[in-house]
Design a protein around this ligand. Structure first.
Ligand SMILES: Cc1ncc(COP(=O)(O)O)c(C=O)c1O
Length: 342
């Protein structure tokens, strides 16, 4: 498909989700996840994330379910995967669909099963910075033949998938061009070696960075049986960094030549979801989860505005020396933390 946003919109539409339905989304993700719910006509209901994994908090997820809830969209963020055992258990007990946002998780596996193969649908992005890229593009996976045919029709202007079939859907053109597909076919051949290299160097980074004062390494869950990531997110203690927020630390790392950034603000601050732009109705049962002025997501807010620093995947494809340079830069920035204030 054209990108990793319409993939999720199509997944929800294929599942029959739309007007009046609610879809639960984590409060720390890229705009595309909740945007896809809005594009399908549903309301995204935000839920805070876990403090160590920055993925959806399953206790709060369960508490957010109402009779209108139809789906959960877990996002495998950074180097982590959501607790898919719990997500699938909650979905099963409440009759909900699951659309996994795997834009960061090409190649990850949970208990031997690939990210994107656990829910009804898995959505992948091939946008220019992603670890499997064609400049733009998206892939939607499903193990259900009927859903696959529906999705195929939805992205092809509603036409039936195969000649001779008569079932039309209310679709549009979300197709990927063949040139992009050709690029992806070659990129996927290189992917396994790159994934193995990133995983090995990710472990090396954790070994070296663990002792740096004020740096917390968020290790992956042991149920992640193949590790693959797009960004590596670590947590800083602001006191140990002279009171500086994550953005300043990322800028200092950049100045040292290490590709680092702060990716997502919490959904309570996200411009796109301010009611004046989103036009989301806020006078509903979940006003405290839909109206940014009333939302409170302490973990996502602390992560997004203060503590989460994202390292680019290329740090983990530049050999052991590249990782050592990243750790040296982080150590240097921490030692000179007082200067960050200035
Ligand atoms: C978590 C997440 N979800 C969805 C997307 C959307 O993908 P795309 O840019 O291909 O629409 C992205 C990245 O861009 C992302 O990081």
């Amino acid at each position: 498909m054209a990108n990793g946003t319409v993939t999720m919109e199509v997944a929800l539409k294929a599942l029959g989700i739309g007007w009046g339905d609610e879809v639960i989304v984590p409060a720390l993700t890229f705009a595309a996840t909740p945007y896809a719910a809005v594009a399908a006509g549903a309301l995204p209901v935000f839920v805070d994330v876990e403090p160590r994994r920055y993925t959806i908090d399953c206790e709060q997820l369960e508490a957010a379910i109402t009779p209108r809830t139809r789906a959960i969209m877990p996002v495998h963020l950074g180097q982590q995967m959501c607790d898919m055992d719990r997500v699938m258990d909650i979905a099963g007990r409440n009759g909900l669909h699951v659309v996994e946002d795997c834009a960061h998780a090409h190649g990850q596996q949970w208990r031997g099963r690939g990210a994107g193969c656990l829910g009804d649908f898995g959505s992948f992005s091939h946008q220019s910075t992603k670890i499997l890229t064609a400049g733009e593009g998206g892939t939607l996976t499903t193990g259900d033949e009927r859903l696959a045919r529906l999705a195929h029709s939805l992205i092809d202007c509603g036409r039936p998938k195969d000649a001779g079939e008569t079932e039309y859907t209310f679709g549009a053109n979300y197709r990927l061009g063949e040139l992009h597909a050709a690029l992806l076919e070659r990129a996927i051949e290189r992917f396994p070696a790159q994934q193995a290299q990133r995983a090995e160097l990710g472990e090396y980074f954790e070994e070296l960075a663990d002792g740096i004062p004020g740096v917390r390494i968020n290790r992956r869950d042991e149920r992640v049986t193949r590790w693959s990531f797009y960004r590596y997110i670590f947590t800083i203690s602001n006191d140990e960094f002279g009171g500086a927020p994550n953005r300043v630390v990322a800028e200092a790392l950049e100045a040292e030549g290490i590709p680092a950034e702060v990716q997502y603000p919490p959904m309570s601050r996200y411009d796109l979801f301010q009611p004046s732009l989103s036009r989301l109705p806020v006078c509903v049962e979940h006003a405290d989860r839909l109206d940014p002025s009333r939302m409170s997501f302490p973990v996502a807010e602390r992560a997004g505005e203060w503590q989460a620093v994202y390292l680019d995947e290329c740090v983990f494809r530049s050999g052991r020396r590249g990782v050592e340079q990243a750790v040296e830069a982080l150590t240097k920035v921490q030692r000179h933390a007082q200067e960050l204030r200035e």
